[in-house]
Ligand binder design. Structure first.
Ligand SMILES: Cc1cc2nc3c(=O)[nH]c(=O)nc-3n(C[C@H](O)[C@H](O)[C@H](O)COP(=O)(O)OP(=O)(O)OC[C@H]3O[C@@H](n4cnc5c(N)ncnc54)[C@H](O)[C@@H]3O)c2cc1C
Length: 188
């Protein structure tokens, strides 16, 4: 049996992972997000997310999860146990023993970047997984975003921005030129 290779597998369903999923799915990529909705957002009352005066973190998550699904991403309520690089890309194994393969891997694990370390991405002295400004790690096609790359500087809007930057980098590399996800209102 041949296993389907997804365009991207995203581990982590907080603002970082969901934002990356939004941009990729909106632009037609086949994206799977794995997580169990255990994000720290459920303890947050956001008063600092630009454009939203105040929102409970759980309400934010509910809206974000639905938005991502509506755009075509698949959300799976599963924990990922292991990850490995292979010829097809990256294969993750869920706690249920299922394997999923993706050409790109986006890790948005929050404060405990266990899978990043499994891949050999060691944190720096400050505890951050080293990445470039688009979240690209030392391993081609592996992005690390959000709290995992900014311990001690964790804010929801920053994680969401990180996820967006990683997704736009993937879309740009796929296109071979800078990609802008821009929409305009209909002309009246
Ligand atoms: C009490 C409290 C109040 C806060 N208040 C604010 C606030 O007012 N404003 C603000 O901007 N921020 C606030 N924050 C911080 C905010 O919650 C974080 O900045 C944000 O959640 C980080 O998003 P993230 O996507 O980087 O990581 P997270 O939200 O931590 O998401 C990581 C997700 O990955 C999942 N995961 C990890 N490993 C695996 C795996 N192997 N398999 C599957 N899933 C996995 C985790 O379960 C989690 O759901 C607050 C946090 C706390 C704790």
């Amino acid at each position: 049996m041949t296993t389907k290779t997804h365009d991207a597998i995203i581990v982590g369903d907080g603002p970082g992972g969901l934002s990356a999923a939004l941009f990729l799915a909106k632009n037609g990529l086949d994206v799977v997000v794995l997580g169990q909705d255990k994000t720290a957002m459920h303890w947050a009352l956001l008063k600092n997310y630009l454009g939203i005066p105040e929102i409970h973190g759980s309400e934010f998550q509910k809206t974000a999860r639905q938005q991502v699904v509506d755009l075509g991403a698949t959300l799976r309520e599963e924990r990922v146990e292991t990850v490995a690089e292979d010829d097809a890309g990256f294969t993750v194994t869920t706690e249920g023993g299922e394997t999923l393969t993706g050409r790109h891997l986006i890790l948005s694990e929050g404060k405990g970047p266990r899978l990043a370390k499994l891949l050999g991405l060691e944190p720096d002295a400050g505890g951050a997984i080293p990445v470039d400004r688009n979240g690209l790690s030392a391993i081609p096609r592996v992005y690390v975003v959000g709290r995992s790359v900014r311990p001690g500087r964790s804010q929801a809007i920053i994680s969401a921005g990180d996820g967006a930057a990683a997704a736009i980098d993937i879309l740009s590399r796929n296109e071979g030129e800078p990609f802008a996800d821009w929409d305009s209102p209909p002309e009246s």
